[in-house]
Design a protein around this ligand. Structure first.
Ligand code: PEP
Length: 249
């Protein structure tokens, strides 16, 4: 059975005291859903965030990592470093990483391998730009992003893979894919997985939707059968809003 997951991507927000304060607010919220809850603070605060979330159901995850395990990569953080501070999940391929840091499918395939080799679960993000959707090319783009970065993996690797469909035109814009658009794409993604790995694998992988999910639209999006959760940006920075989304399941 695939899991429901709601993950908050804090991006480059919250210094150490803000991180502690938001985590304290999150710990005061009541969880009424069965969703796994994750937050992704900035790398420099991961250790303190892991400590601050104890004891709670909130998992602290990373926003990014490098593919090498160590070496001359100034400013970067490796999978084993994440593990050493208690982080077991990493977001890879976020559209901001692709757009501002030139992360390509080929580079992401290396990061995927490094994370999985270190037993780190990945939340792999992908999604089309507005021009792709306008030209009706969104499925080709999404299929390519998934195939290029993930289809060298064995079926067994997918127990540590979560997918996050994030149409670029809906991230941070206030514009959300309609629940039907999200469902159609998620169904297509599951079929793409099924064609390559079979229905068992496809049915076991959680597929999250990301793009301006808010308390007032989460319910409808999460009610779709192939939407297993959300990757939440802006609305994850307020404890009440984030938990209203978590509890939409
Ligand atoms: C994101 O950054 O992954 C995201 C979905 O952001 P927002 O919710 O702000 O659109």
């Amino acid at each position: 059975m695939r899991k429901n997951i709601v993950a908050g991507n804090w991006k480059m927000n919250n210094d150490l005291s803000q991180t502690r304060s938001l985590i304290n607010d999150l710990k005061e919220q009541r969880i009424t859903s069965n969703a796994e809850v994750m937050i992704a603070p900035t790398a420099v605060n991961l250790y303190q965030a892991v400590e601050a979330t104890k004891p709670s159901k909130i998992e602290v995850i990373a926003q990014n990592m490098h593919f090498a395990d160590s070496g001359a990569y100034t400013g970067e953080v490796s999978a084993s470093m994440l593990k050493s501070v208690g982080v077991g999940t990493v977001i890879l391929g976020h559209s901001e990483r692709r757009a501002y840091f030139n992360e390509t499918d080929e580079l992401l395939a290396k990061k995927v391998d490094a994370a999985l080799a270190n037993n780190i679960r990945i939340i792999f993000c992908f999604g089309e730009e507005l021009a792709d959707r306008k030209s009706g090319n969104e499925e080709n783009i999404v299929e390519g992003q998934i195939k290029n970065a993930l289809f060298h993996l064995d079926a067994s690797a997918f127990k540590n893979v979560v997918l996050a469909y994030e149409p670029v035109w809906a991230i941070g814009t206030g514009e959300t894919a309609s629940p039907e658009q999200a469902q159609d794409m998620h169904e297509f993604i599951r079929k793409t997985l099924s064609d390559k790995y079979g229905a068992n694998v496809a049915d076991s992988v959680s597929i999250l939707y990301g793009g301006s999910v808010k308390p007032n639209n989460a319910n409808e999006i999460f009610s779709k059968p192939d939407v297993d959760g959300g990757l939440i940006g802006g609305a994850s920075l307020k404890a009440e809003d984030f938990f209203a989304i978590v509890n939409a399941f």
